[in-house]
Design a protein around this ligand. Structure first.
Ligand code: CC7
Ligand code: ZN
Ligand code: ZN
Length: 250
């Protein structure tokens, strides 16, 4: 069994030199996409991966840098790949609003029989905080975390031992108690706002308050275009690089 994560993008919502933060989990020939932002299809194109080679997409929350590429993925599967549907893993809270408030504008096409999310995707509604088997050697669990108040938003545990924050505010409780102490995650992918106050994202200054043994497990992602100004200033944490493939212990 092998498990790898390839960062398709490591940029913030407004980054222009990095693609939107999104990752490809590669496990035993299966490809699971975490989020699909507006620039994710171009990143997949760069690594020569076609939409029909993606086995599933899991959605953390509804912001364009995390779901803005779904329309293209669905249309290309439909019109270029023989009406193939990809699996879309999401919670009920996300399913309730993704179609109605984000995708319907471009994708509602009753004339041809396209009325809902299910007409484009093989929708798999998953419970919060319940691990779901994606395939042999791969489980994911979506845990609700705080990003924008009143907007459903999730971080992920992969095989219980890898934490992927998606977009979250800094939380010592989450990182020190849940991720490090309780689950003993060996690898952590965390969003990082490099400067300014972190109203809705964890800032670098906040992450630098974590103990060294936790920082050592952290790859920083979702950073702005001025990332290079911060090389050498991230304590024991590393920047995840775009298209970098990281081998993960299972
Ligand atoms: N209350 C908010 C809401 C949004 N934003 C900015 O918009 C971006 C949407 O994608 P994101 O990756 O969550 O980052 C958000 C902020 O840059 C913000 O700065 N404050
Ligand atoms: Zn984001
Ligand atoms: Zn967001």
């Amino acid at each position: 069994m092998s498990l790898q994560i390839q960062m398709l993008g490591t940029g913030s919502a407004f980054a222009k030199t990095f693609y939107n933060t999104s990752a490809l989990i590669r496990s035993n020939e299966r490809n699971l996409l975490i989020d699909c932002g507006s620039t994710t299809p171009k990143s997949l194109y760069d690594i020569q991966l076609q939409p029909d080679q993606i086995d599933g997409i899991v959605i953390s929350h509804i912001h364009a840098d995390h779901v803005g590429g779904l329309e293209e993925m669905a249309f290309r599967l439909l019109y270029e790949s023989n009406q193939k549907k990809t699996k879309l893993y999401l919670t009920q809270a996300i399913a309730d609003t993704l179609w109605e408030n984000t995708l319907k504008g471009g994708m509602y096409n009753p004339e041809d029989g396209y009325h809902s999310l299910e007409d484009y995707f093989d929708v798999i509604v998953i419970e919060e905080q319940v691990p779901v088997v994606i395939g042999p050697g791969l489980t994911i669990e979506l845990v609700p975390t705080l990003h924008i108040s009143s907007k459903p938003s999730y971080s992920l545990f992969i095989n219980d031992r890898i934490f992927y924050s998606a977009d979250v505010r800094f939380s010592e409780e989450l990182l020190i108690h849940e991720v490090a102490a309780k689950r003993n995650c060996h690898t952590i992918f965390h969003d990082c706002q490099l400067s300014g106050q972190g109203f809705i994202h964890a800032t670098l200054d906040e992450l630098l308050t974590l103990p060294e043994h936790i920082q050592q497990r952290i790859y920083l992602m979702h950073y702005a275009d001025n990332m290079s100004d911060f090389i050498g200033k991230t304590g024991h944490m590393r920047f995840a690089a775009q298209h970098e493939i990281i081998d993960l212990p299972e």
